[in-house]
Write a protein that binds this ligand. Structure first.
Ligand code: MG
Length: 162
């Protein structure tokens, strides 16, 4: 069994969509980035890549590549899931936390889990999404950014599970 962690941060600005876990969340601010800037999906990508020692999302999908401008980050996650499966891994579970001062994310958690499970081709029970605030502190608390953290567990069906 192998585990990996992922972390990401994106700046919150005007005139951008707020996409988290593949879900378009109505809000007056959105995340800045080369792709759709889905910070949660990016953290999950890095957790899965980390568990397989395959580098990070920037290695696989450089943010200088015009092909990825404005792209739905589910594309990255789907490609990464396919890659680790080709290497013989199965995804055990993924846990994640979004740290955002606003908006309240509770109404969207179950949609995010469904979308991420669909992308990863796993059961919704294998993916957890949690949300918390920064208690008004720092860049997240002042609504300058949203942060996401994730952890993923992969298993390989060989004798030592690696
Ligand atoms: Mg990112």
């Amino acid at each position: 069994m192998r585990i990996g962690i992922g972390y990401d941060v994106h700046q919150l600005i005007e005139n951008r969509k707020l996409i988290l876990g593949g879900i378009d969340i109505p809000y007056h601010l959105g995340l800045l980035g080369h792709s759709d800037a889905d910070v949660l999906t990016h953290a999950i990508c890095d957790a899965i890549l980390g568990a397989a020692s395959l580098g990070d999302i920037g290695t696989h999908f450089p943010d200088t590549d015009p092909r990825y401008e404005g792209i739905d980050s589910q594309f990255f996650l789907r490609a990464i899931a396919k890659k680790v499966k080709e290497l013989g891994y199965t995804i055990g579970n993924v846990d994640s936390t979004v740290i955002a001062q606003q908006p309240k994310l509770a109404p969207y958690i179950s949609q995010m889990r469904s979308e991420l499970a669909k992308t990863l081709d796993i059961s919704v029970t294998q993916i957890s999404v949690k949300a918390t605030t920064a208690e008004g502190l720092g860049i997240v608390g002042k609504e300058k950014a949203i942060v996401a953290q994730a952890i993923a567990c992969l298993a390989k069906s060989n004798s030592i599970g690696l």
